[in-house]
Write a protein that binds this ligand. Structure first.
Ligand SMILES: NC(=O)c1ccc[n+]([C@@H]2O[C@H](COP(=O)([O-])OP(=O)(O)OC[C@H]3O[C@@H](n4cnc5c(N)ncnc54)[C@H](O)[C@@H]3O)[C@@H](O)[C@H]2O)c1
Length: 361
């Protein structure tokens, strides 16, 4: 059996070679790279489809592979899939799957695994960074010292109530990939964790040693509230005026998820009128922030340019994550990255996976 790992301008060959170290069996591992185009192809694939970019020559050298792990810009249209008759599993190092002709994949019974959670570490780190920056006036002091040569300012609006992380109740709204990592990182600081996620069993939350609470209690009781729910039709504006107005006057509001989850007017009003302790935001209703945006002018809000997920380490991690998820899938585990949940139960795939397990492990 053979597995092809396709690097590109975003995820380099070295990252795939490292990721391939997880494969311990006799399967032949091939690493190729897309050289025909750069990362601009992602936009083309997303808007015009995978056939709008040239077929990478490196891919076509190995059309007899059983497993293909694509990077961010690997095109997997019907035209390309037609060249790969033995393909059983496709891994893709991004959460979106616009690169793949899913109808064709379903017709052929090919299993698809994506890169869900590939930047969870990056976003959770950034959440901690802007949270702590706001709590301790880090960005504010830096800006002050570097723009005013005479300043040595130590007092800020939040100075009278600056907390210890260890004394804070941190409310996590959305206990998915990122929410869980933020919870773990806050627990490391000694904070008490309150969790609100109606789709996660209370027992699971208790198992982590955290407390499952209602949205109402989360907003009323927390000293720091951090948003990690997904933005879908049902969660649009789910954090409304009522929730924001119920926050403690010293509480902090952190959002690295999506602005659409929040009533941003209510949040802005609370900050302008100093009704809450402060906020730290990586996401905004309008991006880039307009020049005259009020979000740029607040003295109690740390702002960053929607950059929580964008670190190089997250790209390399994607290769490791997806190769690992492919291996787990071959073993029969239903990992969160498994997109085609039904295909793995089909007899033809199962027979192949039994054989594959002998060669991949
Ligand atoms: N700032 C950035 O650069 C950046 C990068 C990546 C992801 N994100 C965002 O981070 C957020 C979290 O991503 P993730 O990978 O952890 O997603 P995830 O799908 O793993 O987790 C989302 C969680 O939200 C929960 N949820 C759904 N409806 C809810 C509700 N009504 N109340 C409370 N919880 C609810 C789900 O049950 C799930 O556990 C998403 O909004 C994503 O778009 C931001």
């Amino acid at each position: 059996m053979k597995i092809l790992l396709m690097a590109d301008a975003g995820i380099k060959k070295a990252a795939f070679k490292k990721a391939a170290q997880q494969i311990k069996g006799t399967v032949e591992v091939i690493v190729e790279e897309i050289t025909e185009y750069g990362m601009e192809a992602l936009q083309v694939i997303e808007t015009e489809g995978a056939d709008a970019v040239p077929v990478p020559a490196g891919m076509l050298k190995h059309t007899d592979v059983d497993v293909l792990v694509g990077s961010i810009t690997t095109p997997l249209s019907k035209k390309i899939l037609d060249r790969f008759p033995n393909l059983r599993i496709i891994g893709l190092c991004r959460a979106g799957i616009e690169n793949i002709d899913m109808e064709e994949v379903d017709r052929r019974g090919i299993v698809v695994v994506n890169g869900l959670g590939r930047n969870a570490e990056a976003v959770s780190d950034m959440t901690m960074a802007i949270m702590l920056s706001e709590l301790r006036n880090v960005a504010r002091s830096y800006k002050d010292l570097t723009t005013d040569p005479n300043s040595w300012r130590k007092e800020w609006p939040s100075t009278p109530y600056l907390p210890h992380m260890a004394d804070c109740k941190v409310g996590i709204f959305g206990f998915g990939m990122i929410g869980r990592l933020v919870a773990k990182k806050c627990a490391g600081f000694g904070s008490e964790l309150l969790i609100c996620d109606p789709f996660v069993d209370d027992e699971i939350i208790k198992g982590f040693g955290y407390k499952s609470v209602s949205k109402e209690d989360l907003f009323k009781e927390s000293d720091i509230i951090t948003i990690h729910a997904r933005f879908v039709e049902e969660t649009k504006g789910i954090v409304g005026r009522k929730e924001i107005e119920s926050m403690k006057p010293t509480a902090y509001f952190i959002n690295t998820a999506r602005a659409g989850l929040i009533d941003n007017d209510a949040l802005l009003e609370a900050l302008v009128n100093h009704k809450i302790g402060g906020a730290a935001l990586d996401v905004f209703p309008e991006e880039p922030l307009p020049a005259d945006s009020l979000w740029r002018k607040l003295d109690n809000c740390t702002v960053t340019a929607h950059m929580a997920g964008g670190v190089m380490a997250a790209r390399d991690y994607a290769a490791k994550l997806v190769v690992g998820a492919v291996l787990a899938t071959i073993k029969g585990e239903k990992v969160p990255q498994l997109v085609t949940k039904d295909t793995v139960d089909k007899d033809e795939y199962k027979t192949w996976a039994e054989e594959a397990e002998k060669e991949f492990f």
